[in-house]
Design a protein around this ligand. Structure first.
Ligand code: ADP
Length: 183
């Protein structure tokens, strides 16, 4: 099972990715986690990545592509759940993987995303704590990432689910959507 989870910040991508990974017994490849790992290393590049992350800016496509493709090489053959990537059309074009089975879109209105991010701020992610940074991430999602919905829609792999429900209800809806998709 090779899946991509798409959705705005606060849509629950990380949580759903973990639930789906348990269900299908495959690893999660989270670009956000991989980049936070990069930012924690020493050296010039780490400092630069850390700076982009605190400002809530997308890292350059080339870096996002590199960290994800590296993780894919180590992922084994059973599949994976990719979360947080691709975030731009250019990234999608450089995803170095066999065709994905489905792209799950977690649809969540901006107000819900804002509330959820506000609710989790204080749990360690400084990019969740500042209003202006959250707004930038939402804007980037609409301008850079949302065009991917068209692209994957045309390829016939997109499944949109209502990400505004409880976490358990969202997981159940994703599994139903995938089931229908495979039949
Ligand atoms: P969220 O989706 O809630 O913003 P993530 O953990 O997915 O959280 O991402 C955190 C930050 O990491 C983003 O704001 C961005 O700076 C960076 N990032 C993650 N994935 C990508 C990507 N594919 N391309 C560029 N930047 C990324």
């Amino acid at each position: 099972m090779r899946l991509v989870l798409l959705g705005p910040p606060g849509s629950g991508k990380g949580t759903q990715a973990a639930a789906l990974a348990r269900h299908f017994n495959v690893p999660v490849i989270s670009s956000g986690e991989l980049l936070r790992g990069r930012a924690a290393g020493g050296g010039e590049e780490s400092r630069h990545v850390a700076e982009l992350l605190v400002r809530g800016e997308l890292v350059p496509d080339e870096l996002a592509v590199t960290v994800v493709n590296e993780a894919l090489k180590g992922a084994g053959t059973d599949g994976y759940i990719i979360e947080g990537f691709p975030r731009t059309v250019a990234q999608a074009e450089h995803l170095d993987a066999p065709p994905i089975d489905a792209v799950v879109h977690l649809a969540v209105p901006d107000e819900v995303a804002r509330d959820r991010i506000a609710g989790r701020s204080g749990h360690g992610r400084s990019d969740d704590a500042r209003r202006d940074i959250v707004e930038r991430r939402l804007r980037d999602y609409h301008s850079e990432t949302e065009p991917l919905l068209d692209l994957y829609g045309r390829r016939g792999v997109l499944r949109s689910v209502d990400g505004g429900q409880t976490l358990e209800a969202v997981t159940a809806e994703i599994l139903r959507a995938l089931d229908a998709h495979r039949r």
